[in-house]
Design a protein around this ligand. Structure first.
Ligand SMILES: *Cc1c(COP(=O)(O)O)cnc(C)c1O
Length: 406
């Protein structure tokens, strides 16, 4: 499998190079040259099989022979062996036709563990095969940092630098980032906001000489291997229900929901994808108005979704543009300069209307949803999940199970 950049100028690369590079050198994001397909019989055959085996089946075409089946199976077994639940990502029921896919059973309780545990192993393996080392730099508002520390600590081939904003992560998150005894892990507390952390990380990557000298790599969802690892649980969820499902995704950088879109594109029976936002609702406004307009970020109860611009939207935009890299590049340059971007009505009709719905929740809605779920089920959901559950409840279809990513 070869990967091409959404901005059309970086050279195509294989799976290993894409995983180790993260971002393309033209500033774009890598996507596979073609989308692999998965047959309904293949999905049906996943029934009763361990999650790690399903993972190998789903990701094999993306890896495209770059890693042997034996190695891939071992890494998947190890990665998902760190989860506390034997099903890895179990389904629970909230109401008559509403469900949660529980993505929080990994070592740091963040959904980021699902992809990060595998990604760290894939990277270490690839680096060992090449006799290389890498430096992972990641900015975090809390969840990604802990998941990255837990996944990369003690790995032979990677040094990890995590940048987090002082006073703006929870104590648990801070301790997860700062108490790993391993020499290859470095947590840096930044006087500033998450955006300041992200600007520092971006500055490292944009200095190409620095980037090459330290072999920098990114492990946020601009790294395609992370998006790839997340496709697995959408496919597994469709197997669980044995029919078409709708999925609601609490969304920040559009990585998780993009993985759902890819599962659908591969042929998994995912009907609609509901993009759930908090008050930072650039995506919800886009789905309503067909135009994207950046405003400031304001802090909410669901900080992992407090974003200005969703970086992974670029991958969907590239598809909407008929995979025209030059056009995508031009659109995004204009967006960066002017802060707005629109799509044509035929693009909307083809790509958005049949698949996507959107919803938003204020902090008030979030608390009300946490309360109502607790009252009806006894379950206490987290604020990000609650944003999803609110949007899910507003987008139910008769007879189609609605699954919220928790
Ligand atoms: C990262 C994160 C999100 C946002 O996911 P994206 O892939 O960036 O859209 C939502 N909820 C939680 C709890 C997260 O950690």
């Amino acid at each position: 499998m070869r990967y091409i950049s959404t901005r059309g100028e970086a050279p195509p690369l294989g799976f290993i190079d894409v995983t180790l590079a993260g971002l393309a050198r033209d500033g774009g994001l890598y996507v596979p040259e073609t989308w692999p397909q998965i047959a309904p019989e293949t999905i049906a055959g996943f029934a009763g099989r361990p999650y790690a085996e399903v993972a190998v089946e789903v990701i094999r075409p993306f890896v495209g022979g770059a890693i042997s089946d034996g190695d891939l199976s071992r890494m998947a077994r190890e990665a998902y062996g760190t989860f506390r639940h034997p099903a890895v990502v179990p389904v629970s029921q909230l109401g008559a036709n509403t469900f949660l896919l529980e993505l929080f059973h990994g070592p740091t309780l963040a959904f980021k563990d699902v992809a990060m545990q595998l990604l760290a192993r894939l990277m270490d393996h690839a680096l060992a095969a090449r006799g290389e080392r890498t430096t992972v730099v990641v900015a975090t508002s809390g969840d990604t940092g802990g998941a990255a520390v837990e996944a990369f600590r003690g790995r032979d081939r990677a040094d990890l630098f995590v940048l987090y904003p002082k006073g703006r992560v929870s104590d648990v998150q801070r301790l997860m980032m700062t108490t790993a005894p391993d020499d290859n892990v470095h947590a840096l507390e930044i006087e500033g906001t998450f955006d300041d952390c992200q600007d520092l990380a971006k500055a490292c990557f944009n200095d190409l000489a620095f980037r090459d000298r330290h072999a920098l790599t990114a492990v946020n969802s601009i790294n395609f291997a992370r998006v790839m690892a997340q496709i697995v649980y959408y496919v597994a969820a469709t197997e669980h229900f044995g029919r078409e499902i709708d999925v609601t995704v609490p969304t920040g950088n559009f990585g998780n929901v993009l993985s759902g879109w890819i599962a659908r594109r591969m042929g998994a029976p995912v009907g609609r994808l509901v993009v759930a936002s908090n008050e930072n609702d650039i995506l919800t406004r886009f789905f309503e108005s067909h135009s994207m307009r950046a405003t400031g970020v304001h802090p909410t109860l669901s900080p992992s979704m407090d974003i200005q611009v969703s970086s992974n939207f670029e991958r969907l935009l590239f598809e909407m543009n008929g995979r025209d890299g030059a056009m995508t590049r031009e659109q995004l340059t204009r967006f960066r300069d002017k802060g707005t971007m629109s799509i044509e009505s035929d693009q909307y009709a083809t790509w958005i209307e049949p698949v996507f719905r959107a919803g938003r929740a204020s902090d008030h809605d979030t608390l009300a949803t946490i309360r109502s779920v607790h009252e009806t089920t006894g379950m206490q959901i987290d604020p990000h999940t609650a944003v999803g559950v609110k949007a899910a409840r507003e987008n139910l279809r008769d007879g189609v199970p609605m699954v919220t990513m928790a």
